[in-house]
Write a protein that binds this ligand. Structure first.
Ligand code: PMP
Length: 405
């Protein structure tokens, strides 16, 4: 059995049929499918290990608490974070961005300060900063993009002023596939004493991320986009910021002692994990991180780049197609439109052929506004996809366009 067959066997859903056609799943930027080991781990937690973690004195609780904390260590290792206290489990990238925007904002942002956010952000890494800026009377500054779907790196340094307090930026664009030069961006920001929050939701599954090498101040990703469960995510933060940030939510393990006069808070990372954490999700995520690490992120990236180039070449031959996002460095996302045809019509008809793509604005309205469009068709590929699936997709697309023209 070759590597591709082995990989596909690990993902049970890939055998599914929709409308009696083999499923071709090209919506991996929205969420990835789960390998058997993740599904089994989650099921086993509920079937034979379940108990609320922390503070339990009984076997099951202690066992699962250890597993939860082991998962934190696995997440730390995955990002090459120095210590587990810097790893906070959240619900996902959206919650991580909201946590930092709120809490960093409370601690460090005042009236008249500035926050830079790029024009290619997912709404989840834009709106939380906008809300915070409104609350604090601060200014949201746009880092613009260019026609190729890349950040305007000439303009970027000129946006930083003495009032800039933080830069919030995506590592990889979900709408365009652009891989941003995040290390260079962080270097420029740091040379101006500006910390950086990196949205890694579309990056960690394609790129080896080393938060120490990047020197990222905050780095967030979602479990479900890296073959793990939904409802779990990771926020890495530097202690020097986290320890100065007030809690985001109250209750549960974030507390040391409560009285009506005063409540004292737990230490990092627990202070940012209010309520019963998604311990089953964290344990499932750790299995997903082990799974991708065993294959190797470089290997995964190699397979996906090959698929991206193959699909892009085939799509380019289609009459009147326009691909949005032509960056030099791209992840395996292809966003496109075909002249005079609505993206959702294409997606709806492709679905009837068993092909799952996403259509619309991909929660990136500013990107769509920049290109003057309402949305695109987005095919996002993962390492379990194949060239044969791309062939079926391209043939299906031609058929659909023939019907719609
Ligand atoms: N940022 C990017 C770049 C994304 O692609 C997404 C998900 N589409 C998010 C943030 C939000 O992730 P989640 O919904 O898992 O919180």
């Amino acid at each position: 059995m070759n590597l591709q067959e082995q990989i596909r066997r690990d993902f049970p859903i890939l055998k599914t049929k929709v409308y009696n056609k083999p499923l071709i799943y090209f919506d991996n930027a929205a969420t990835t499918q789960k390998p058997r080991i993740v599904i089994d781990t989650v099921a086993d937690c509920y079937a034979s290990k379940n108990s609320n973690i922390h503070r339990g004195v009984h076997f099951l609780s202690e066992q699962l608490t250890d597993k939860y904390e082991e998962s934190r260590a696995i997440a730390a290792k995955f990002l090459n974070a120095k210590a587990t206290e810097k790893i906070i489990f959240t619900r996902g990238t959206t919650e991580s961005a909201n946590l930092v925007a709120f809490s960093f904002g409370e601690a460090f942002i005042n009236k008249g300060d500035e926050v830079i956010v790029s024009e290619m952000e997912h709404h989840s890494n834009m709106v939380p900063w906008q809300i915070m800026c409104e609350r604090k009377n601060a200014k949201l500054i746009k880092l613009p993009i260019t026609k190729s779907g890349e950040l305007d790196m000439e303009v970027f340094p000129k946006l930083i002023t003495g009032k800039t307090r933080i830069l919030a930026i995506t590592h990889v664009s979900n709408a365009l596939g652009t891989i941003n030069p995040i290390k260079e961006i962080i270097e420029i920001a740091h040379s101006n004493c500006v910390p950086v929050f990196v949205d890694g939701a579309q990056a960690v599954q394609h790129i080896n991320v080393d938060v120490q090498d990047l020197d990222a101040d905050f780095y967030a990703f979602s479990g479900h986009k890296i073959y793990g469960p939904t409802g779990i995510g990771v926020l890495y933060g530097k202690t020097k910021y986290l320890e100065k940030m007030p809690p985001y939510q109250g209750g549960g393990e974030m507390i040391k002692k409560v009285s009506f006069d005063k409540t004292t808070f737990n230490e990092l990372p627990f202070i940012f994990e209010a309520g019963t954490p998604n311990y089953v999700g964290a344990i499932g995520l750790a299995e997903a991180l082990k799974y991708v690490s065993n294959i190797g992120i470089e290997k995964i990236a190699e397979i996906e780049t090959d698929l991206l180039n193959y699909a892009t070449d085939k799509l380019k031959d289609i009459e009147d197609i326009e691909i949005f996002g032509n960056a030099k460095h791209k992840s395996s996302v292809i966003s496109f439109n075909v002249k005079n045809i609505h993206h959702s019509d294409i997606g709806t008809l492709l679905d009837k052929l068993g092909i799952a793509v996403r259509t619309g604005s991909h929660c990136a309205d500013p990107v769509m506004d920049y290109f003057g469009i309402s949305g695109t068709v987005r095919a996002s590929l993962a390492f379990y996809n194949t060239k044969e699936e791309i062939d079926v997709f391209v043939a299906g697309l031609k058929r659909v366009l023939g019907m719609l023209r």
